[in-house]
Design a binder for this molecule. Sequence first.
Ligand SMILES: Cc1cc2nc3c(=O)[nH]c(=O)nc-3n(C[C@H](O)[C@H](O)[C@H](O)COP(=O)(O)O)c2cc1C
Length: 223
Amino acid sequence: MLSVSQAVRQRHSVRAFLPRPVGRADIEAILEIASRAPSGGNLQPWHVDVLAGNALEELRRRVRDRLSQGLDQTEFHVYPPELDETHAARRRAGGEALYAAIGVGREDKPARWSQFLRNYELFGAPVGLFFSIDRGFDRPQWAHLGMFIQTIMLLAEERGLGTCAQESWAAAHATVSEFLELPPDRILYCGLALGYPDREHPINRFRTEREPLSGFARFRGMG
Ligand SMILES: Cc1cc2nc3c(=O)[nH]c(=O)nc-3n(C[C@H](O)[C@H](O)[C@H](O)COP(=O)(O)O)c2cc1C
């Protein structure tokens, strides 16, 4: 069994999957255990819709149709409109590593766009999870939803499954919300591709960098 440290270290975003299906019992177990994630006041502010098989195919079809007319205006800023250079550089580095892994050049806009659109096929994953939250909830509850999602990703790791969280679904929120029949007081946050990773695929073979500890942590009173 993986240790927590191993699960955290080996998790990475998976963007190519094997066609092998994921059993419902596995997903139920993951979600049930993940619901032990903490939340302020134990509000447990998360909602998740799980799609596979025909339901997922139907969503993919509807989103494909919709995307031919363009992306939706997102309901929240996925990134700040003015991203400062420190964070913009990190974002660029991740993108460059991804496109380099699949041999797509910096200037090849059509190839980049078609790879971006793979988001809306969940990168071929057999299962898609869609997370939503009450519109009345503010930043604390969104943070708690994030803890729930990270817990799911680590539990998936334990079972040999791979995941990719996908905020790109915020730009297809109208189609997804309608398809999932989300109540009007609920907002879609993100999707999560889930399945057995295709470990041979080049897109799964690069790893992103992290800042050293000294770049984000400050210690006092500890020697
Ligand atoms: C909430 C969330 C949303 C994300 N949205 C997307 C997405 O829409 N498409 C994508 O390819 N990756 C997405 N990512 C993956 C990030 O790019 C990735 O986590 C980051 O580059 C670090 O790489 P790693 O996950 O491989 O460690 C998302 C990650 C998170 C946590």
